[in-house]
Design a binder for this molecule. Structure first.
Ligand SMILES: C[S@@+](CC[C@H](N)C(=O)[O-])C[C@H]1O[C@@H](n2cnc3c(N)ncnc32)[C@H](O)[C@@H]1O
Length: 202
C-alpha cells in the first residue's frame, strides 16, 4: 500500500527528459509520433470501461493522453511521470480537456494511488527506461482494480520478459492469458510497436 510518509528513494529522471530536452521531446514527438499515439489511443478508447480512470505511466508531455481524451469524453485520465519538466509540459498540453485530464509527478515503482483505484493502465515507450521493471509491475498490479487491464507498448527489445517474470513472482496481472502482438502504427518513424496486454484477476 502506498504511504506518502514512507521514505522511498525514487529514481532520478534521465537528463534527456529534463529541462530543454523535455521541451524538444514535446515539440518533436507531437508531430513525428502522431500516428503512433493515434493507433494506441484507438486501442484504449475501444477497451476502457465506461467512466473509468485510466493511468498513463511515463506520460512524458502527454500526447497519448490527449489523443485518448479526444476519443473518450467519459474517462478520467491521469498521466504520471518521473520528470517534473515533463509533468509541466503535460499540464500545458492537457489544458483544453479540463479537470478530467491531469498530470502528476511520480515514480512508476511507487505510485501515489490507493489499491485498486485505477480502471486501466497504459504505457508507451517508458518500460525500457524503468530502473526496476519488477517493482513497477508489482505497483501496477496493486493500483489496478480487479479485472483491470495493463496495455504496455514498447520496442521489441524492451524487457517484456522481466515484466512477465515479475508479475508471476508478485502474483499480479495473472487474470487472463497475456497477449503480445506486433502492431502497425501508421507512423513512418515507428512503423511497428509491441503491445503486451495483461489483466488483473477478477
Ligand atoms: C521515451 S519517454 C515516453 C513518453 C511518452 N509515453 C511517449 O510515448 O511519448 C519515457 C518517459 O518515461 C518516464 N519515466 C522513466 N522512468 C520512469 C519511472 N520510473 N516512473 C515514471 N516515469 C518514468 C521518463 O521521464 C519519460 O518521460
Amino acid at each position: 500500500m502506498h504511504d506518502a510518509h514512507t521514505a522511498t528513494r525514487h529514481s532520478e529522471p534521465e537528463a534527456i527528459f529534463r529541462g530543454r530536452s523535455s521541451q524538444v521531446y514535446d515539440h518533436v514527438t507531437r508531430w513525428l509520433l502522431r500516428g503512433l499515439y493515434r493507433r494506441i489511443a484507438e486501442d484504449i478508447a475501444d477497451a476502457a470501461p465506461d467512466g473509468a480512470t485510466v493511468l498513463d505511466v511515463g506520460t512524458g508531455p502527454g500526447h497519448l493522453v490527449a489523443a485518448i481524451a479526444r476519443r473518450r469524453g467519459d474517462l478520467t485520465l491521469i498521466g504520471v511521470d518521473l520528470s517534473p519538466d515533463m509533468v509541466t509540459r503535460a499540464e500545458r498540453n492537457f489544458r483544453p480537456y479540463g479537470a478530467r485530464v491531469r498530470a502528476r509527478e511520480g515514480d512508476a515503482a511507487d505510485l501515489p494511488f490507493t489499491d485498486s483505484s485505477i480502471g486501466m493502465v497504459v504505457s508507451s515507450y517508458s518500460l525500457h527506461h524503468w530502473d526496476n521493471p519488477g517493482a513497477v509491475v508489482a505497483e501496477l498490479g496493486r493500483v489496478l482494480a480487479p479485472g483491470g487491464r495493463l496495455y504496455l507498448y514498447d520496442w521489441r527489445r524492451a524487457p517484456f520478459t522481466q515484466v512477465v517474470d515479475a508479475a508471476r513472482e508478485h502474483g499480479v496481472l495473472g487474470g487472463r492469458p497475456h497477449r503480445r502482438t506486433l502492431i502497425h502504427t501508421g507512423s513512418p518513424v515507428q512503423p511497428h510497436v509491441v503491445r503486451h496486454v495483461m489483466t488483473n484477476p477478477e
